[in-house]
Design a protein. Sequence first.
Length: 204
Amino acid sequence: MEWFNLARRSLCAGLLIGCAGFAYSMTGGVVGSFLFCFGLFGVLYGKWALYTGYAGSYEWHEAKDWGRLFYILIGNLVGVLAIAGILAVSSEAIIEKANEVVSKIIADRTSSEWWQLVIRGIGTGFIMEIAVRYGREAKYMTLLLGVPVFIFCGLPHCVADIFYYGVDWFTQGGSPVNYLMPWVSAIIGNLIGCNIPRLLTVKE
């Protein structure tokens, strides 16, 4: 039952981030970055399981926690790809508009070196850990501002990026192999970044 609930919660989180990515791909810019906050707010309110919401809170000496985090990531992936699939069967106008935004993100990710994406991913993880940590305490300004910050800085988020990869794959015939290195690099970077706040926190 525990793993079923985790699958359900991680899938829901992926669907929410996919919806946020859809909104961002339709607007971009300042408006899109704030609309993307819908996904993170939804995750917090629903207590769904998002990779960057849990990567900084598990105990890494526990093998079971590594399993949970991997399980969450896969659930997120499935949920996000489902929304990318919905976009892919939308009208040509919607697909064309989305690809204007998506193509720029894809070009950035695939043209960057793996180590650059790891370092930039650390920034995303750090921002998201702060945003989620205080968001759970109903201090939402870090969430409301944190999402636009990582988007405008061009920092990779391993779950959000899956939406863009999915759209490119489904609508432009892109190869998933080309996304693998950027995605894995973002996963590693996000994981490191999510753990920085607790490593630097001094317990009084």
